[in-house]
Design a protein around this ligand. Structure first.
Ligand code: BG6
Length: 484
């Protein structure tokens, strides 16, 4: 069925809207998924008329979407209207309310109204309260939804405060908290891998798994986001959300069914049970900050725009965690993520144990299950096999599935799924409040430990993080499994 809604996009001139949201909506339009009564109200602070706004977004939509087609862009642009407002001005909320409520599409009272918050997080609250102050929610007859970009708060207290505000006007059913990593093909595939393959189900535990590693490296620095990033850092920006979500999918118990709430119940159980093994020391945490790399012409973090001259914000974080449950007793989970780490690379490695003495001893060739999230998407299983010829030596071989080989053209962008599900009111790719709550509890705890004097290791921009990250894993005679 075609999608119908009035989609109000706050922050429509920002980076996220230009690079992800509008191109993804355009892809949905090109695929014929949007009905005639799907309309986009683009809200922003800049002065644009309709034509200027359309010209402003065109290049970015073309560059970031799966489709390039002039005539379809024209029909897409006809769905859009631009509304300029100042998020601090009461009268602007009155005008927005009047404009939305008088929209002929909303008159039937059935078409859903979706608010998508893609502004700086501080405005999420102002916008919700501004609309409430204008009496909008009382007057609206239509079903409504609120889609919130991350970060959802910057600690447990602020997240709870946020939640209390949104919960005044929206039910939990109406709130969609995004974590776009949940929309990535191979992150979704974790569940299928685990629960559609009996061979894995039986061995997905501490008896057979030695350790699990999650790596998310980025090539880019912080660009123009210094204002946000300098008060956030890698732990809160990436670990609290994307990495803990991936971990929860890898470690969850078998759900009773694939219903959304059953899955969320299982995920939240994991997040509540995540622990740092050595709570009182810093041995399980490494923080780093990138410094200039003259050879590659990359500047250091402290020279980035809007970053404090003596900032101690971490641009790299590595952690050794455990999940306190019978299934995972004794299995370390190693997480690492950083900006300016040389490559854009996200993947999971499940390293299987060496059980007993092998008839074919070979060092460092453990069986590995590798889930490649980006830029390549796929899964491979590293096994040992006899090398060709007269030697009986065993060598690593891999059974490899590449998602790119199975689709033609560019793969589906995570935000297409996120938007599509939000429009359909499907909660599968969104996080429930208790997931956010428990992940902030854990991160606040780590933050407190770090606040008591964790040292910040330098790493050269363009390299895969500080040396100390190798020590974090090396202490247990393991090593980060690098993939290319
Ligand atoms: C966002 C973070 O959630 O994810 C950014 O705030 C980060 O700092 C981005 O760059 C990474 O997303 P992706 O899809 O490019 O890996």
């Amino acid at each position: 069925m075609k999608k119908s809604a009035v989609f109000v996009l706050f922050g429509s001139t920002g980076d996220l809207a230009l690079k992800k949201l509008l191109p993804s909506l355009y892809s949905l339009h090109c695929q014929g998924e949007l009905g005639d009564d799907f309309k986009i109200v683009a809200v922003g602070r800049r002065e644009f008329d309709h034509k200027d706004f359309v010209d402003f977004i065109q290049q970015s939509v073309a560059a970031n979407s799966r489709y390039v087609c002039d005539y379809r862009f024209i029909s897409f642009s006809e769905r859009i209207s631009y509304f300029k407002m100042d998020f601090q001005l009461e009268e602007d909320y009155q005008s927005l309310s009047t404009s939305l409520l008088s929209d002929s599409l909303l008159q039937s009272g059935e078409l859903p109204l979706i608010f998508y918050m893609a502004t700086a997080p501080d405005f999420f609250r102002d916008i919700t309260q501004g609309l409430a102050g204008a009496g909008f929610f009382e007057r609206l007859k239509n079903p409504k939804r609120l889609v919130l970009e991350k970060p959802f708060g910057h600690d447990l207290a602020s997240a709870s405060e946020f939640n209390a505000i949104f919960s005044k006007y929206f039910t939990e059913e109406e709130i969609f908290r995004t974590d776009h990593y949940l929309g990535k093909e191979m992150v979704q595939n974790i569940l299928s891998m685990r629960f559609a393959n009996p061979i894995f189900e039986k061995i997905w535990n501490s008896e057979f798994i030695d350790n699990i590693q999650i790596t998310v490296f980025e090539t880019e620095g912080i660009g123009s986001r210094g204002g946000y990033y300098d008060s956030t850092g890698a732990l809160r920006d990436m670990v609290q959300s994307h990495l803990l979500q991936i971990l929860s999918l890898l470690a969850m118990e078998r759900p009773s069914d694939l219903e959304i709430e059953s899955l969320r119940d299982r995920k939240v159980e994991v997040i509540k049970n995540i622990k740092l093994e050595k709570v009182d020391s810093h041995q399980d945490i490494v923080f780093g900050q990138y410094v200039a790399n003259q050879e590659l012409g990359l500047k250091g973090y402290l020279d980035e725009e809007k970053v404090g001259a003596e900032s101690s914000t971490e641009t790299f974080a590595a952690l050794k965690l455990t999940v306190d449950s019978p299934r995972w007793r004794g299995v370390p989970f190693f997480l690492r993520t950083g900006k300016r780490c040389g490559k854009r690379l996200a993947y999971v490695v499940v390293e299987f144990s060496e059980s007993g003495s092998s008839l074919f001893p070979s060092e460092d060739l453990s069986n590995l299950l590798v889930i490649k999230i980006q830029p390549d998407e796929g899964i491979y299983l590293q096994l040992r096999a006899k090398s060709l010829g007269s030697s009986s030596q065993v060598i690593p071989v891999s059974l490899d599935y590449s998602a790119a080989c199975s689709v033609s053209g560019r793969g589906v962008e995570a935000y297409e799924r996120i938007l599509s599900d939000a429009i359909d009111a499907n909660h599968q790719l969104f996080t429930r409040w208790d997931e956010i709550e428990s992940s902030w509890k854990f991160i606040d705890n780590v933050g407190q430990i770090c606040g008591c004097g964790i040292c910040l290791d330098d790493y050269q921009a363009g390299t895969p993080g500080p040396e100390a990250a190798a020590r974090l894993i090396g202490d247990s005679n393991r090593s980060w499994r690098e993939i290319i």
